[in-house]
Design a protein. Sequence first.
Length: 204
Amino acid sequence: MAEEKKKKKGLSTGAWVAISCGGCSGLVILFFVIVGVIAGASGSKDKADKVATSPTSTATAKTLTPEEQKQADEAKAKQEAEAKAKKEAEDKAKAEAEAKANAPADYKSALNKATSYSNTMHMSKRGIYDQLTSEYGEQFSAEAAQYAIDNVKADWNANALAKAKSYQDTMSMSPSAIHGQLTSEYGEKFTQAEADYAIQHLND
């Protein structure tokens, strides 16, 4: 009996529990429990180490200076304005194309005449309109003439300058006389601003 107690005293705690449980099956179960606990602790430590050593997944945003923030806001506003202007221009061009495609035949003819008067005779906007509607001219309706004026591609300042240079070169008129002829009700019918532009650039 003393020898048996000595043997039991020399056994490990796990083995003693196994014997108490009645055999090897208890020992096997206890072994796997201990291994599982150790593995779980090791896994938790590895996970904690990874969390501690891995870089943060969310990068910290750089703090901009007031000047940098202002520049960023201005760049964004400029980009948005350009995108808006581009879209508006595209929408306008599309609407104009559709309007021209659906315009009556006399409207299209009036527009063709207006383009010809602008490109070849450098006439003013009002001069072209009067010519289109005149009973001694093209005799278009007021609606067709207005459509033509609204849709003709013309640089009225450039037309005024071309007329001014023609008066200067062919009739040797003074700048003052040319200005009067450009704005006259019985002359070219350009606006004051268009005539001023022509005189300012007469000798360019």
